[in-house]
Design a protein around this ligand. Structure first.
Ligand SMILES: [Zn+2]
Length: 78
């Protein structure tokens, strides 16, 4: 359960149900390693290596690693 203030002013929280903030993002390599593992358990899929949040207001993407913000992507404006 965490909160984060987006640059647009919206307060993001991953504790709401349903959670429209937090994305589960895996690379193909990471996903293949998970599903091809011996004794693969579809009910016990590990969390992605990076935490990705998307603001529903401005669509910025925030990438966290070890609970630290490491990257921010914003839509380009024409
Ligand atoms: Zn925003």
């Amino acid at each position: 359960m965490a909160k984060f203030g987006c640059k647009c002013g919206k307060i993001l929280s991953n504790s709401a149900v349903p959670n429209e903030i937090e994305l589960n993002v895996y690379t193909d390599v990471e996903w293949d390693a998970i599903i091809n593992k011996e004794n693969f358990d579809p009910l016990n899929i590990p969390l992605p290596k990076q935490e990705v949040w998307r603001c529903p207001n401005c669509e910025r993407l925030y990438f966290f690693k070890d609970n630290e913000l490491v990257k921010t992507y914003a839509l380009e404006k024409d």
